[in-house]
Design a protein around this ligand. Structure first.
Ligand code: ASP
Length: 287
């Protein structure tokens, strides 16, 4: 009987505390349950990222860093291998930017920014939050800690990202997260989600170039090692990758990330699942 492989990887950002891998694992479980219930792969991926936005320990959603004027501006995006893409940039006052990005992906637009993104989210009835509800994590804000997810569901792939950006950046600063092919990319050969210094990631068109390595048949573990080597040690960078050949993740500093896999047959028999890894990886290593 034909089997369908489900693979979910979630990360808490380059520089995130590896002790927070419980949060990435829970987000992965949320995604798996969504896939099992028959949700489209891009929706399941966004559910994982929304769970990370709600965690409060990561730099996204209620855990977002503040700009140098005390405001919270967030970027988020989602993409799937069917060619769906949507993103928001410098969104303010909404609890789950990734859900707004998902709604954008279903509209006539691809990226909405600033005041227009806020109005769009309000018109769509997206859940709001107030600045005082942003979690005081007390984390080391020299790190970045954005969140992301990549998913394989049979022959379909998806990815999503969300971030509060760089701590104390000027209002209006936008990094790699909402830029297709920079922070994320998904296609028929796999999905890629990155984290780290957004300006450097964007200038290297990192996610698309990583995806092109998958297209050429490179194993995800080799892709992770190759792409991490594109970045200086002093530049925070992390990446998670899934393809039909496997999965991998890694960073040039600590990163909470987890992966799980499930094999279900398409007739709905009891699935077999296993957690494949959790915790932190050092430079150049992958799992
Ligand atoms: N890449 C994000 C940004 O530059 C930050 C991060 O990944 O932590 O906005």
């Amino acid at each position: 009987m034909e089997e369908k492989k489900l693979v979910v990887l979630t990360h808490g950002g380059a520089g995130s505390d590896p002790a927070f891998a419980d949060g990435t694992a829970i987000a992965g479980q949320v995604c798996m349950m969504s896939l099992q219930s028959g949700d489209p792969v891009i929706d399941a991926t966004c559910h994982a990222v929304a769970a990370l936005e709600d965690d409060g320990r990561f730099n996204a959603g209620i855990g977002s860093h503040k700009r140098n004027d005390g405001t919270v501006q967030m970027d988020a995006s989602c993409m799937d291998s069917a060619g769906t893409f949507g993103a928001v940039a410098a969104l303010e006052g909404f609890k789950n930017p990734v859900r707004v990005a998902r709604i954008v992906s279903q509209s006539e637009y691809k990226i909405l920014a600033g005041r227009g993104a806020n109005q769009f989210a309000a018109d769509q009835g997206c859940e709001t939050f107030l600045p005082h509800q942003v979690a005081k994590t007390g984390a080391d804000f020299s790190t970045t800690d954005t969140v992301g997810c990549v998913v394989r569901s049979g022959d379909q792939f998806a990815c999503a990202l969300s971030t509060g950006g760089i701590d104390k950046a000027v209002p209006g600063r936008v990094g790699d997260v909402p830029l297709i092919g920079c922070g994320l990319y998904a296609g028929a050969d796999g999905a890629v989600a990155t984290t780290g210094a957004g300006e450097v990631i964007a200038m290297k068109v990192t996610a698309l170039r990583a995806y092109q390595l998958l297209e050429r048949g490179m194993h995800p573990q080799a892709v992770v090692a190759t792409v991490i080597a594109w970045f200086e040690e002093t530049t925070a960078f992390g990446i998670i990758v899934v393809s039909k050949n496997g999965f991998a993740g890694g960073a040039n500093r600590g990163m909470a990330w987890t992966a799980s896999e499930m094999v279900a047959n398409r007739e709905g028999d009891e699935p077999r699942s296993r957690n494949l890894r959790g915790g932190v990886e050092g430079r150049g290593r992958s799992g």
